[in-house]
Structures are given as structure tokens and as C-alpha cells.
Ligand binder design. Structure first.
Ligand code: ADP
Length: 557
């Protein structure tokens, strides 16, 4: 087993310390630590001494437009965190919690890989501390109350055909996308068509991750719109009186979960919203708690700078005040080759010219981060098959363009493989940044969308479907114009067409749908096709999983 390089095998051979030791290392007083077994704990932020005058610096890890395999952002967060710890910086990591659905479907877990993982990997990927369960329950309590309201006379006049909120479950289960409920007799509920979403795509998850504390959590839950009345007026959770009970169900879940990396760096793993329909970052509470404890906090936003990083800055940082001091853009030779026109089965062969041809994609990601007044650092995630000549294309380009850049072998060597990257990051955060969000909130929604689309994606303009135009009118009429926008777009391209690689430019982005998320506090603009309930592939990852007679996981990745 010593030579098995699977993530699970490396994780199970790693030395893991009791969580009380890790908490002490992070400077968390015993009374704030609530242990969940030996290696996990929840931390009560209200029992920590505030360090408002000098919060830790924020290093956001984002990426170039990825290949379907993922370019290793989580892996880089962990490896960079361990490298910063090794360099003597007081470091904490803040990552998202994995969702069970994708773990058993196609993607695998989200706890890093190789020698850059968070531990205990199996428990984090499975039920962890039950946060997803709590979020699912809070969401489904709301829906039980909505349907009961219809049953008990519907005094709010909710139009059953205009209920937009859905039940959720943390599973990839396409058969639940469209369901009819309330069948049976008059005592069995009011029949209506509805559906399920995966928990990670729910607005409750987004609210959970943007809330700055319990009071804010309750207020945001109350502002969520569940649907519309017969008079077409929005009906909120507060109209229904459900926010208190929902917040009650979340009171323990909202405390960040403490674990450790293979290198012994303390890590918060908390909250896991999707990066398309939601903003794709771990909870604001975890990030800010980490900043109260450590000098540097390494955190992640889903997908590339066009999606995750843009939303981190325009949504999360705006609400939670955690603007990044630098952004590490994870680049890989294989993704550059793909943007340079190489097909999937040829990615393993050396192709220096294709790496060069793929650079325009990376270049736009670099300029995207600079538009926020933040200096990026390129972190090349090294793979075994990368050649010196291929890696040199990227480092030379970075040097010629005055961008800090380092090759990191975090997968193969953990923190030891990211010493140069850690130095580059530390140099960069020494310099003050001129951080500013990309747009002002008071701009009309259409202008906010067109700013992101032009500045981040390089598009020529935006076109709205007839349906989206109708919702725009509703947004103006209901006074939701002041909210930031959250654009749901493919992660593979700057455009809404996943096959347009590189830096296509000049295209027109099609906005099919607009969905106001009045509790989370953003307007989702949907481009291309998007599902909020993923399906399973032909051979789900679950088919390779098992548990041995001693309770050890088999086949988790
Ligand atoms: P992302 O966060 O960008 O989706 P992850 O960090 O989850 O990507 O990595 C995706 C998968 O790729 C993981 O299974 C991880 O083990 C693997 N991986 C990441 N970096 C490397 C690398 N340098 N070499 C080999 N495998 C890697």
C-alpha cells in the first residue's frame, strides 16, 4: 500500500493529529472548540477574541478556464497553505465542503489531491459534521410550511403555479427534477407540479455562505422570495413567518468546521455553494474567522477568474469585507494546450507551440484580476508529464509581462513543492492593493451584467430572451435593482459556448433567464443550459466505492 498514489491511500497513510492540538496551534481557546470525533471540530466564532484592527491577509486561489478534469485549485490551496506554514507565516485555509452528489457521480471529492489534501479526507467527503443535512432540513422545512399554507386556506394568496422555491436533496438524482406532489385525497395536500434541486444549488446554501452571523443569516432567510401571489406580488419567507425556525435549524451548522492539512495547517471547511447558480465560495463566516486567527488565509473560488473570482469580489467580498490581497491564478500545461487547440487524447504529448497558442486564455485571466486593482500571481500546477520546455513558455511569458509566476508541485510534494510560489505570494501581498469592485451597486441590472460581460468575458454585448426581459421589468418594479449580479455560465469558455476556447472575444452573450435571489442578495443571470439538479453518468463513481470490514473507505477519490 506504500506505493499506492490514490488520494485516499495517501490520505490514510498521512499522520493526523488530534483536533485539539490543531485548534491550539491556530490559537483557538478550548472553550470555543466543539469536537466532532477526534479529528473534526466546530469553532464558535463568538468566543474568539476579535482582531478587527489587523485581520489576516486574503489569498484567493482562482484559475484559468479549466479542462473537464479540473486544474487543481483545491490541491493548490492546500499545498500553498502548507508552504506558507513552512515559511513561518501563521496560515489558515478556508475551503468549501464537498457535496455528496458529485462525489458519488463524476467529479470525485473536493479535498485536494496527492500530498496536498485536507484530513480526514473520507469523513470530509462523506457526511462531515452534518451541515448539508442541516441546510437541506431548513430548506425542506420551508417547503413543508409553504405547502401546508396552501392546504390551510392560503391566506397569503400564493399562486401554486408561481412557487419558485423547491425542495432539495444532496444527491445527483435527475428523476427528481420534475415531480407532482399533493396527490391523494383532500387531506393529502394541494396537488402541484414542482421539483428538487441539489442542496449545493439552493438559495439557503448561498444565504448560509454569505451571512456574516446568525442575525444576518435570519434576516437573509427572511428576505428570500418563495414565489408570487395571485396578484403577482412576491411572497417572502418573512411573509410566511418561517425564518426563525429555519435559522434555528442552522444555529450549529453555521459554526465553521476545523480540520487539518497533511502538512498540519489548520483549515476551515465550511459551506459549499455551486459556482454557477450561486457564488461558489466557502462561507463568509469561515473566511472571516480564519482572518481573525491567522496572518494569511488561503481560500478558493470555483472555476476561473471570470466566474469564481469575479463573484468572490463583486458578491462575497462586497458583503463580507474580505477583499483579496492577491489572487493566485492556477494554470496547467494541459489546459493551455487545450486552449491552444490540442484534443483531449493528445494532451499527454509534449507540444510547446500549443502551450504558446493557449496563452491568450491565461492572459485574459491575468487582466481580469488586475481590473479589480489586485496583483495576480500565476501558480503553475505541475503534472508529471509536463516538460521543461512547456513550463518555460509560461514562466517566460509571465516574466515578459511583469507578472509573478512560479511552478508548484503540490500534488507530488505537498507544501515542499510550493516554496517558490509561497515566496511570490508573500512578496505580492507586501504591496498595498488598489482593490475596487468592478461595478457600483446603484447601476441598473442590465448595466451591471454588461460590465461583467464586456470587462471579464471580452464579449461585444448581451441579448436577453423575451422571458428574461419580463423578469427585468419585475426586478425594476420590485426594487431589486440594487443587488449585484451572479452570472451562470459554462466554465470552459469565456463565452456561453463551451467549445469556444482561448480568448474568443467579440461574441454576444445570450441571457436566457434571470432569477432574483432576494435572500442571498444577487440576481442570477442564466446563459446556456444549466441544471440545478445534476444527473449521474453512465458509470457513477459510486460503482467503485466500498467499505471494508473495519470501516475503512474504499474507492473514494
Ligand atoms: P479543482 O479544485 O480545480 O476542481 P482539484 O484540486 O479538486 O481541482 O483537483 C482535481 C483532481 O486532479 C484531483 O483528483 C487531484 O488529485 C488531481 N490533481 C490536481 N493536481 C494534480 C497534479 N499536479 N497531478 C496529478 N493530479 C492532480
Amino acid at each position: 500500500p506504500g506505493t499506492d498514489m490514490s488520494d485516499l491511500s495517501i490520505a490514510s497513510r498521512a499522520v493526523i493529529r488530534p483536533i485539539s492540538e490543531i485548534a491550539r496551534l491556530a490559537g483557538i481557546p478550548d472553550m470555543a472548540v466543539e469536537s466532532y470525533g477526534r479529528y473534526k471540530a466546530k469553532v464558535d466564532p463568538s468566543l474568539l477574541a476579535a482582531r478587527k484592527d489587523r485581520p489576516g491577509k486574503v489569498i484567493l486561489v482562482s484559475g484559468m478556464s479549466p479542462t473537464p478534469a479540473g486544474e487543481g485549485k483545491s490541491t493548490m490551496v492546500v499545498g500553498l497553505g502548507d508552504a506558507l506554514t513552512a515559511a513561518g507565516s501563521k496560515t489558515m485555509i478556508a475551503l468549501r465542503e464537498p457535496s455528496v452528489g458529485p462525489s458519488f457521480g463524476m467529479k470525485g471529492g473536493a479535498t485536494g489531491g496527492g500530498y496536498s489534501q485536507v484530513l480526514p479526507m473520507d469523513e470530509i467527503n462523506l457526511h462531515f459534521t452534518g451541515d448539508f443535512h442541516a441546510i437541506t432540513s431548513a430548506n425542506n422545512l420551508l417547503m413543508a410550511l409553504v405547502d401546508n399554507h396552501l392546504q390551510q386556506g392560503n391566506s397569503l394568496g400564493i399562486d401554486p403555479q408561481r412557487i419558485t422555491f423547491k425542495r432539495v436533496t444532496d444527491m445527483n438524482d435527475r428523476a427528481l427534477r420534475h415531480v407532482v406532489i399533493g396527490l391523494g385525497s383532500v387531506t393529502d395536500g394541494v396537488p402541484r407540479e414542482t421539483g428538487f434541486e441539489i442542496t449545493a444549488a439552493s438559495e439557503v446554501m448561498a444565504v448560509f455562505c454569505l451571512a456574516t452571523g446568525l442575525t444576518d443569516l435570519r434576516a437573509r432567510l427572511g428576505r428570500m422570495t418563495i414565489g408570487y401571489s395571485y396578484a403577482k406580488a412576491p411572497v417572502t419567507v418573512d411573509d410566511l413567518g418561517a425564518a426563525g425556525a429555519m435559522a434555528l435549524l442552522l444555529k450549529d451548522a453555521i459554526k465553521p468546521n476545523l480540520v487539518q492539512t497533511i502538512g498540519g495547517t489548520p483549515a476551515f471547511i465550511h459551506g459549499g455553494p455551486f459556482a454557477n447558480i450561486a457564488h461558489g465560495c466557502n462561507s463568509a463566516i469561515a473566511t472571516n474567522t480564519a482572518r481573525a486567527l491567522a496572518d494569511v488565509v488561503v481560500t478558493e473560488a470555483g472555476f476561473g477568474t471570470d466566474l469564481g473570482a469575479e463573484k468572490f469580489m463583486d458578491i462575497k467580498a462586497r458583503y463580507a469585507g474580505c477583499a483579496p490581497d492577491t489572487v493566485v491564478i492556477v494554470a496547467t500545461v494541459r489546459a493551455l494546450k487545450m486552449h491552444g487547440g490540442v484534443t483531449k487524447d493528445e494532451l499527454g504529448k509534449e507540444n510547446v507551440a500549443a502551450v504558446r497558442d493557449g496563452l491568450p486564455n491565461l492572459a485574459r485571466h491575468v487582466s481580469n484580476i488586475k481590473k479589480f486593482g489586485v496583483q495576480p500571481v500565476i501558480g503553475i500546477n505541475q503534472f508529471t508529464l509536463d516538460t521543461k520546455a512547456e513550463l518555460a513558455v509560461v514562466t517566460q511569458w509571465a516574466q515578459a509581462h511583469g507578472v509573478e509566476c512560479a511552478v508548484a508541485d503540490v500534488w507530488g510534494q505537498g507544501g515542499q513543492g510550493a516554496g517558490d510560489l509561497a515566496s511570490a505570494v508573500l512578496r505580492t501581498i507586501e504591496e498595498p492593493s488598489n482593490y475596487a469592485e468592478l461595478y457600483e451597486l446603484q447601476l441598473p441590472v442590465e448595466e451591471k451584467i454588461s460590465t461583467v460581460v464586456r470587462e471579464m468575458y471580452g464579449a461585444a454585448g448581451v441579448e436577453y430572451s423575451a422571458k428574461a426581459k419580463r423578469v427585468l421589468e419585475q426586478i425594476h418594479a420590485n426594487g431589486w435593482d440594487q443587488l449585484p449580479v451572479c452570472i451562470a455560465k459554462t466554465q470552459y469558455s469565456f463565452s456561453d459556448d463551451p467549445t469556444l476556447l482561448g480568448d474568443p472575444g467579440g461574441f454576444t452573450l445570450q441571457v436566457r433567464e434571470l432569477i432574483p435571489k432576494t435572500g442571498a442578495g444577487f440576481i442570477v443571470a442564466i446563459t446556456g443550459t444549466l441544471t440545478t439538479m445534476p444527473g449521474l453518468p453512465k458509470v457513477p463513481a459510486a460503482m467503485h466505492m466500498d467499505v471494508d470490514g473495519n470501516g475503512n473507505a474504499v474507492g473514494l477519490s
